[in-house]
Ligand binder design. Structure first.
Ligand SMILES: [Zn+2]
Length: 310
């Protein structure tokens, strides 16, 4: 084969297909129902939304834990362990790297991110309202702000922001900088909302995509250690002991600094969904394009098998 053609083939096999994969929810089912993803990237960062709930009882959002941007395919998966209390290939892989005293950056990128699944209507204007209901993988900071502010300003009484008659419209501003922040939350009482916004919304459980463990294992199999350079190997012993401590006690650290870690993860994730091309992976993936192509082919095979069984 012509060398240039071979080069083009390899480049094609390894290119990013643009896009974060939202494969933790059943996007095809949602699209059939006319429910597309909500994006907080708006003119001047100004967001106006109304949260709608699939049911009048219980929580109006579902907490989810996802592994994002895994492997060369940059796949996103629900964590099997945190979501289904089952063995999670990605958590297991992270544990194995930790056991090998691998660079903590690689391990950090395998950790789960917390999100809250919501249904929202963009209430910016009539045209945005006409787009209908969207699904939104809401960062914890937005969810917390909404819950905190959900009270009647005069009486101080808690209100249900999703109530079709007594609920609230929510506005906030997205600020993109070194990290994305959400500020200026205001909840406003408005006219009752139309039934079409919240009628027949599928329960969150029905839109989750339970991942295939084989697919997860394949995706994460390319994520490996940062090779230790002679420079870093020669670093002081204190640094060495710090990374060993990090690799031994990741859960404890996460528990002590949940907010900070969450913000970091949330902002990274937001950057990804906002602009795929700007995403710079810090993950060490398989360098060898042939091996990457083999893994991709296996993933495609697993996916097609899964589709056939559905
Ligand atoms: Zn996991």
């Amino acid at each position: 084969m012509d060398e240039a053609r071979m080069k083009a083939l390899n480049a094609g096999a390894n290119m990013s297909t643009g896009g974060s994969n939202f494969d933790f929810v059943d996007t095809s089912k949602l699209e059939r129902l006319g429910i597309t993803k909500y994006n907080t990237k708006k003119p001047k960062g100004n967001n106006f939304i109304r949260i709608v709930a699939p049911s009048t009882t219980g929580p109006f959002a579902m907490e989810i834990h996802i592994h994002t941007q895994i492997g060369s395919g940059k796949s996103t998966f629900l964590c099997m362990k945190e979501m289904f209390n089952m063995d999670c290939p990605i958590c297991n892989h992270a544990q194995e790297l930790r056991r090998q005293n691998i660079s903590s950056d690689v391990i950090n990128d395998l950790k789960t991110s917390r999100r809250f699944l919501l249904y929202v209507v963009d209430t910016t204007d009539v045209a945005s309202e006409d787009e209908g209901t969207h699904w939104f993988d809401c960062p914890p900071s937005i969810y917390k702000a909404v819950c905190t502010l959900s009270q009647d300003r005069r009486t101080g009484e808690k209100v249900d922001p999703t109530d079709p008659v007594d609920g609230r419209d929510i506005e906030f501003t997205r600020k993109d900088g070194k990290r994305t922040e959400y500020v200026g939350f205001v909840l406003t009482k408005t006219e009752p909302i139309p039934k079409s916004w919240y009628e027949d919304l599928p329960p969150f459980e029905d839109i989750l995509l339970k991942p295939d463990p084989d697919e997860m294992a394949l995706a994460v199999s390319g994520v490996k250690a940062t090779p230790t350079t002679s420079e870093s190997a020669g670093k002081s012993s204190t640094e060495g002991s710090r990374s060993r401590r990090e690799s031994r006690e990741p859960e404890k650290e996460t528990a002590q600094e949940p907010l900070e870690k969450e913000t970091t993860r949330a902002s990274r994730r937001e950057r990804v969904s906002a602009s795929d091309t700007q995403f710079e992976s810090t993950k060490e993936v398989v360098e060898d394009s042939e091996q990457a192509a083999v893994i991709k082919a296996k993933i495609a095979d697993v996916q097609s098998r899964r589709r056939r069984t559905e």
